[in-house]
Design a protein around this ligand. Structure first.
Ligand code: ING
Ligand code: ZN
Length: 309
């Protein structure tokens, strides 16, 4: 074949483009990036985590971030790609990024629900769920953000396999959820923060969503979220609301942030990126750059806080 064209960070890339990018960015930056396959999707696509960080002789604490849990939220994988590019291109010049990658590792899963993401490019732009099949039901997929083992299927989730918020046949029935949960469990002693990127609504959410009770760390989580939201707003004036999921968006059990928090990952946040509904999931490509730039400031605010705590 011919020489590969440069990756575009201001377009919504297909899975095939993202896969080529995962390979090229890791081979171009061997001292800062390694690839870890954490398992395969239902349709047998490899789930590759990019581990960003300077090699160290001692065990480093880490941040885990995933994008694209929901297939149609295309700005989310765009942000993970942007984050990786920014991290690598500002390491050595930006003092915060340099210190972050010297002292911590950042695990980035660019597309969590790959099968669903592919389906939104080929068949149905508004698909949300995984693409798993089970004999006995003609409906396909479960909502991966209702399939984690956190108050599973008790609230704001459906047991109807045809629903967009189907919780699955049991917790972690979705192989993509099991792969991520296994990875976080295996690395539980080093993972200090869990960040999961969704759209849309301009919210910065934290536990709990599966119940109305406040998290033990509520005050600290709220303070860090508000600091992140004001850093984000400083760039283009985009306003975010921060708070616990149940009262800020809606009660919903089985979410990844609640699960990670109850496992012991204290700094557990769900971002709902732009916009507030004008374009919704169909956010124009012209907004990828400003959305990613402002979101970087929020993620860096959280990372800096986690690093010093
Ligand atoms: N919103 C999230 C959803 O899964 C959420 C909101 C966050 C629910 C955390 C549960 C836990 O419905 C979107 N846009 O997907
Ligand atoms: Zn979502």
């Amino acid at each position: 074949g011919g020489s590969p064209r440069a990756h575009s960070y201001t377009k919504y890339n297909t899975w095939s483009d993202v896969q080529n990018w995962i390979n090229s960015i890791s081979s171009a930056n061997p001292s800062l990036v390694s690839k870890l396959v954490i398992g395969n999707t239902f349709e047998a696509r490899p789930m590759t985590v990019l581990k960003l960080g300077k090699a160290s002789s001692s065990t480093k604490p880490a941040i885990f971030m995933d994008c694209g849990i929901h297939a149609r939220e295309w700005i989310s994988p765009a942000f993970c790609q942007w984050f990786v590019k920014e991290a690598l291109s500002t390491y050595g010049s930006d003092s915060q990024m340099t210190s972050l990658l010297d002292e911590m590792d950042v695990f980035v899963l660019p597309v969590f629900n790959i099968d669903g993401y592919v389906y939104t490019h080929t068949n149905n732009r508004m698909w949300r769920k995984t693409r798993s099949k089970k004999s006995g039901s003609s409906c396909i997929g479960a909502d991966p953000n209702r399939n984690f083992d956190a108050g599973w299927c008790t609230l704001g989730a459906s047991s109807n396999p045809c629903s967009d918020t189907f919780c699955g046949y049991n917790p972690e029935s979705e192989i993509e959820v099991k792969n991520v949960a296994d990875f976080i469990r295996r690395n539980k002693s080093i993972i200090k923060a869990y960040l999961t990127i969704h759209s849309y609504s301009q919210l910065l959410l934290f536990p709990y969503s599966y119940k109305y009770g406040l998290a033990a760390d509520h005050t600290e989580l709220m303070t860090v979220a508000q600091g992140a939201a004001s850093a984000l707003q400083s760039l283009y004036g985009t306003r975010y609301t921060s708070g616990p999921g149940a009262t800020t968006i809606y009660p919903a059990a089985g979410g990844s942030d609640d699960w990670a928090y109850d496992l012991g990952v204290k700094y557990s946040y769900t971002f709902e990126l732009r916009d507030t509904g004008r374009y919704g999931f169909l956010l124009p490509e012209s907004q990828i750059k400003p959305t990613c730039e402002e979101t970087m400031l929020a993620v860096k605010h959280i990372a800096a806080y986690v690093q010093k705590n």
